[in-house]
Design a protein around this ligand. Structure first.
Ligand code: GLN
Length: 476
């Protein structure tokens, strides 16, 4: 065999081998491009973050500003012809007759709806363990909670199932799970996004917002959803800004308030250190840090749980076994229908809140609890008004701890409620607030920082947020 001939044979053999290997790799499941819907299914098997994943093509795509942006919807928001369970057995078979305004606006702008996400029943909870359809797992560590009540949406965004997931925030249900999952959690000003089509929990607190990995996606989705809606009298008639312009704004000269009441005991040391690092970044960007005081912060949790349970007990009265969802079969009288349907349909936390709310609204206690809490609400709002005379934005931790273990707090409602200590005040005041990933703790879990600005100053919020935002990457 001549040398040349031998070389040719070797080349042919190598080429054949190369073609064979590429063929195997190309045909293997690793190289087959997955559709967004298949990807969501795979992730859902691991984390239980969806309650429904749509068939491809079920909701057609329109062209628009968000063309092709994958979006998941918390199952407390209506999407026409899709199931709307609110994480409850009560509404297991309830189908929505119309779409929420925010959902409709996203659809018109070209969003691609992937599915409806798991959540704490009627948005009550801080760990997503109150869902009637099982807990959601945190993709950073599946032994940990993802936070609640919008835990499914947080995980849908964190795991990469979607670019934007809609959540709702009554006392922290966007910001707290965003902190636990390393995502951007944006709660705009109360009334900035219409609540039409959102199943009410506490109507004077409920706010629609988003989870995303990037600040750009949060700003874009807000631009599309915000604005006056004739169907919601509390939706604000304030011009919608191009929020994404905030991401390019210089923040030199802004004053950042550091409220001493948010830095007391009980905050994990890794969180304290991460916030210190964020402060340094803001100073380097030309901001001045200003120590401020918000003296009524200590009443926030009490005010929140008195007022929201009162509103919830009234809002949830519509679930009577007659008008919506579940009806107990074996009931004989009308009263029996109410009692049995509600006893069977609602989970433990929802019942606890209805009882608390009914109590604080009952005659004899109404003045002592409800009216008093309304007065303190005003004082907390004034804390914010005064703070914004001194500063442009407020910086705090989002949560005192990083994601805790599944099962750790479920039998201790008070410990669970205390988790919301840094988030409820912004809802009490109605101010816009955002949670940003800023670092990982010693166990590799995400840490969130919260920024709050004055009403309707979302553009400013984004401009400060971009300076401290850190992209966190999950190792699978
Ligand atoms: N964790 C709070 C609660 O249980 C907040 C809920 C929410 O924002 N929807 O009420």
């Amino acid at each position: 065999m001549t040398e040349r001939f031998r070389k040719n044979i070797v080349t042919i053999q190598n080429t054949t081998l190369f073609i064979q290997i590429t063929g195997i790799v190309k045909n293997s499941r690793y190289f087959k491009p997955m559709t967004a819907f298949e990807n969501a299914k795979t992730l859902n098997e691991k984390y239980n973050c969806f309650l429904e994943i749509f068939d491809e093509g079920r909701y057609p795509l329109s062209s628009g500003k968000l063309h092709g942006m994958t979006v998941a919807i918390k199952d407390v928001l209506a999407l026409k012809d899709a199931r709307l369970t609110c994480g409850s057995k009560f509404l297991e078979n309830f189908t929505s007759l119309y779409s929420a305004t925010c959902v409709e606006r996203l659809q018109k702008a070209g969003a691609l709806f992937i599915g409806k996400t798991n959540m704490d029943e009627f948005a009550m909870g801080s760990s997503n363990e109150n869902s009637a359809y099982g807990a959601v797992l945190n993709p950073w560590d599946i032994t940990k909670v993802p936070g609640g009540s919008s835990g499914g949406s947080a995980v849908a965004a964190a795991s990469g199932a979607v670019r934007v997931a809609l959540g709702t925030d009554t006392g922290g249900s966007i910001r707290q799970p965003a902190a636990f999952t390393g995502t951007v959690g944006m709660k705009p000003t109360y009334g900035r996004i219409s609540r039409y089509g959102l199943t009410a929990f506490a109507s004077s607190f409920d706010t629609v917002g988003t989870f995303s990995k990037s600040l750009e996606d949060a700003a874009l989705a807000l631009e599309v959803m915000a604005g006056r809606d004739e169907h919601d009298a509390t939706s604000a008639n304030v011009p919608v800004e191009e929020y994404s312009t905030g991401l390019k704004k210089d923040i030199k000269g802004l004053r950042i308030g550091i409220p001493k009441e948010y830095f007391g005991e009980g905050i994990e040391s890794d969180i304290r250190e991460a916030i210190e690092a964020s402060k340094i970044k803001l100073e380097k960007a030309g901001c001045t840090l200003i120590p401020i005081s918000m003296p009524h912060t200590k009443y926030s949790i009490a005010v929140y749980y008195i007022l929201t349970t009162a509103e919830a007990s009234s809002n949830l009265a519509r679930f009577d076994g007659i008008r919506y969802g579940k009806r107990a079969k074996e009931s004989e009288t009308l009263l029996d229908t109410y009692v049995k349907s509600r006893s069977q349909g609602f989970g433990a936390e929802v019942k606890r809140r209805i009882m608390l709310g009914t109590y604080v609204l009952s005659s004899g206690y109404y003045d002592a609890y409800y009216i008093r809490a309304q007065k303190v609400r005003r004082l907390i709002k004034e804390d914010f008004t005064n703070a914004f005379k001194e500063c442009d934005a407020i910086l705090t931790p989002t949560t005192p701890t990083t994601a805790f273990k599944l099962g750790d707090k479920i039998s201790d409602p008070l410990a669970m409620y205390l988790n919301d200590i840094f988030t409820v005040s912004a809802n009490i005041a109605g101010a816009p607030a955002i949670s940003l990933p800023i670092a990982l703790d010693n166990n590799g879990l995400p840490i969130g920082a919260q920024l709050i600005t004055n009403d309707f100053e979302e553009t400013k919020l984004f401009s400060v947020a971009k300076e401290i935002y850190v992209e966190l990457n999950m190792q699978d």
